[in-house]
Design a protein around this ligand. Structure first.
Ligand code: G4P
Length: 189
């Protein structure tokens, strides 16, 4: 998505350690016009899928997911990153974050994810794919089907995207970054 790439070049910053700072428009301050364009791009790329639900994970996935829900007129449910107070009716899984070097618990109510659901998982970043693994597991527990996964930014130099595609998942990334070396942002062609 050309407009997104331009915005990343204009306002993003490549930090040491392969981290891209995009908090002025994507995951702290939000640009709703860009977010709507992101949603429209996802909607075009997902048009041939029998999706009936959008699943995301708090916090930063919620903004693009809810915009996509508006565009596609579908419900949006976000996976929580806290252990539930009661396990009743909750599906739960542990996820390890490399970027943050910690384990967290993700959970979702079985009321909102069932065997009738055909899901697209939406998130802001795809890095190592650990969040996606957590979602895959929650969907398996619920009996729902993952039709596709959509990421605003994929860090192609980390292994999440390649591994998910090799397993047959339909991964849609609107901007794929191949390198942040020397603090320079390079996109995949
Ligand atoms: P993975 O899910 O693809 O394996 O990613 P990983 O565990 O390595 O990343 C954990 C968190 O770090 C995620 O946010 C992810 O969006 C974020 N992240 C990964 N790489 C970058 C990056 O280059 N720049 C920025 N800004 N974020 C990155 P999170 O902890 O779940 O936070 P949030 O959704 O609550 O914001």
């Amino acid at each position: 998505m050309e407009k997104l790439k331009q915005r990343i070049l204009q306002d993003g910053r490549a930090l040491d350690g392969g981290i891209l700072k995009v908090d002025s428009f994507l995951n702290h301050q939000l640009d709703p016009n860009l977010m709507m364009e992101i949603a429209r791009n996802f909607a075009v790329r997902l048009a041939d899928k029998p999706i009936n639900k959008i699943v995301t994970i708090e916090a930063s996935g919620i903004a693009p997911a809810v915009m996509l829900g508006y565009v596609m007129q579908l419900p949006v449910v976000f996976v929580k990153k806290k252990a539930p107070l009661t396990m009743e009716n909750m599906l739960v899984r542990e996820v390890f974050s490399f970027t943050k070097n910690r384990v967290y618990t993700v959970s979702i109510s079985q009321d909102f994810l069932t065997e009738n659901d055909h899901v697209v998982f939406i998130d802001d970043f795809l890095a190592n794919g650990n969040a996606a693994r957590g979602i895959i597991d929650l969907c398996a527990q619920s009996g729902s089907t993952i039709e596709a996964m959509g990421f605003v930014i994929e860090k192609g130099f980390q292994k999440g995207g390649d591994a998910l595609r090799a397993e047959g998942y339909d991964v849609v990334s609107l901007a794929i970054i191949d390198s942040l070396e020397n603090n320079e942002i390079k996109f995949r062609e």
